[in-house]
Design a protein around this ligand. Sequence first.
Ligand code: GDG
Length: 468
Amino acid sequence: MRGTSSFLIVANRLPVDRVGDKEWRRSPGGLVTAIAPVMQRRDGAWLGWTGAAGEELKPFDHEGMHLIPVPLSGLEVELYYEGFSNATLWPLYHDVVAKPTYSRVLWDAYRAVNDRFARAAADAAAPGAVVWVQDYQLQLVPAMLRKLRPDLKIGFFLHIPFPPAELFNQLPWRNEILEGLLGADLVGFQRPGGASNFVRLSRRLLGLQNHRNEILMEGRTVRAEAFPISVDFGELDQLVREPRVLRRAKEIRAELGDPEHVLLGVDRLDYTKGIGQRLKAFGELLDDGAIKPGEAVFVQVATPTRERVDEYRRLRNDIELRVGRINGEHGVIGRQPISYLHQSYSKEELAALYCAADVMVVTPLRDGMNLVAKEYVACRHDLRGALVLSEFAGAADELRQAFLVNPYDIDGLKRAMLAAMRATPHELARRMRSLRRRVATHNVDKWASDFLTALESGEGVAEEQLTA
Ligand code: GDG
């Protein structure tokens, strides 16, 4: 049995998925890639749920990472995870694009599970350790943990948007959530707007003083700041130079009938992603005759997610109805304008899809960042390919050379999709070069090291400098 750790990640999920009965595989995604080396360097540990309800496992090691499972019962998965996290906070923090559920039973479960995570972290942390808490499922952990272990350096990063007062104020437990986050020394957001919403709410709801982005809380300062997350640019850039990935990209185009334009969407099947809007726009382009039959194919990968939450079941029905209608009206035997895939793919297959796509269509109604947009850019060293990107994705702050759209404006979306299809190779290369420069220099390693440097070097401002 090993002792405590000087560096801890606390997240809803452990960074591994089960394969078969006994084996584990590292989960895909930049967060793990960025953090794994830091964990190895610092003898760190990662606390989280295994993904299986009712499972109680001892801590174990996987690929140089020390993993500490936090158990959840079946009822807790329903109330804390599917309930308060994904039926209350998720829609509330995403502009209320779906109606949030406010229920005291869900809140009680959220609090109880956060308390369990905080206790597990308090037990696992060495004196003076750095603890980095991740995301909306665990917003109460920073304060709970500080109470148990005032010696720790606590950071928190929110991967989704942090809403303005007009929306946040709906939450019956708004003060408790703010107080929970304020237990951290540093609270990170995707966009500067999230940080300023947080500072403003702390002032208005809790009456706290601040100096710019530093809030005075019980004699400590809490910093709120934006750290836009990114992807592992180098890894993707390498991967798409592999001959087998290029071969697969060619094969995909051939399987689609070698149309002039391949458009692509890759999302979890989530109502925040604007999948319906982009399919509507594509369908209308076919109706209008702006796209000729056989000229373009839209590939939509819609990865299964949160399938037991009602709103997600309804969304799946809506999307599948829309796909069916468009394919029914515009397809011919053996060829359909939308290739809809409700499945998960390997990282390599996704990379091949990115290479095969002329136009990547990313149209969330609200999104913390959106890594798919950055992954597409990282995969296009050929400087071909166009990115259509919603201005409501955090990524739009950085990816200014994309074809930026308001996804609620279907005519605007149609115009942008057409412009992306019709752009000259010269214009595409100019845009892509600038997009790539940004993602290459602001990759996921920079995100993790910027956050940790800010957390560890954080110095509060003197009290007399604070303004109300
Ligand atoms: C949250 C925030 C923020 C998708 N399908 C497959 C697959 N994916 C991968 C993508 C991408 C990731 O999942 C999705 O990341 P996004 O950023 O697009 O969206 P969320 O899942 O909503 O993530 C978001 C993010 O956290 C990080 O802070 O950017 O705003 O909502 O990496 O490639 N990966 C594989 N197979 C699939 O079928 N292997």
